[in-house]
Ligand binder design. Structure first.
Ligand code: HEM
Length: 191
């Protein structure tokens, strides 16, 4: 690619309010505009926290605390990260992170690539309708030591400052069963 490219993608991002005495650029103050192609997903941007309940036919029901962040860099994808913990002990539980995109032939076509810390990589596609997203895995890969997961389905909806999601999975040789349900509250503004 030519170094003379004038595409906006290669222009330096404007730093807002970086102080004169600060030798290092303060990347925390970069405020790029959301890329137009993911504008319909802008309702997800922000930090969300709350609690969830989990179950599966092979495990005892459990509860968890969760913090989820959707952010962006001005590029045509959202950056997603989620961490959970045991509500009684504070000990870390499941973690996952990835990228969400909206770039299919239809403007409502969502794609997500999500990596789970316990050795699973999920590729999912689906539809967005208003502030409701439905995703179904198109492939799930595992490391050789991960528990076996063959399919995942996610339903996510934002209603005002609340984000609700449900996750179902086919795992450890069983057909699809409900695994998770959580209600998260927005704790920082999107943008
Ligand atoms: C909020 C996130 C999640 C939490 C808090 C959570 C928590 C748990 C807990 C406590 C168990 C039972 C104990 C254990 O086997 O470790 C479990 C089992 C399991 N979870 Fe999750 N989980 C989460 C998300 C997921 C996701 C996204 C997947 C799939 C990608 C997944 C796949 C599994 C599997 C395969 C099992 C084992 C079932 C068995 O061995 O019979 N979990 N989860």
């Amino acid at each position: 690619m030519s170094s003379k490219s004038s595409s906006a993608e290669h222009e330096p991002t404007k730093l807002l309010g970086s102080g004169q005495h600060n030798a290092e650029p303060d990347f925390g103050k970069i405020r790029p505009m959301i890329h137009p192609s993911i504008e319909p997903l802008a309702f997800l941007v922000g930090k969300w926290s709350g609690e969830g309940v989990g179950e599966y036919p092979t495990v005892r029901p459990f509860t968890y605390g969760e913090e989820t962040v959707f952010t962006h860099t001005g590029k045509p994808y959202l950056i997603y990260s989620q961490r959970t913990w045991n509500l009684e002990t504070g000990q870390a539980m499941h973690e996952e992170s990835g990228y969400w995109r909206l770039c299919g032939p239809s403007p409502n076509h969502v794609e997500a690539m999500i990596v789970h810390a316990f050795g699973v990589a999920e590729v999912a596609e689906g539809m967005i309708e208003g502030t409701h997203v439905e995703l179904v895995s198109t492939s799930v890969s595992m490391t050789s030591t991960a528990k076996s997961v063959s399919a995942l389905g996610r339903s996510l909806a934002v209603d005002g400052d609340m984000l609700h999601y449900r996750l179902r999975m086919s795992a450890v040789g069983l057909p699809a069963h409900h695994h998770l349900c959580a209600d998260l509250q927005r704790t920082t503004l999107g943008g």
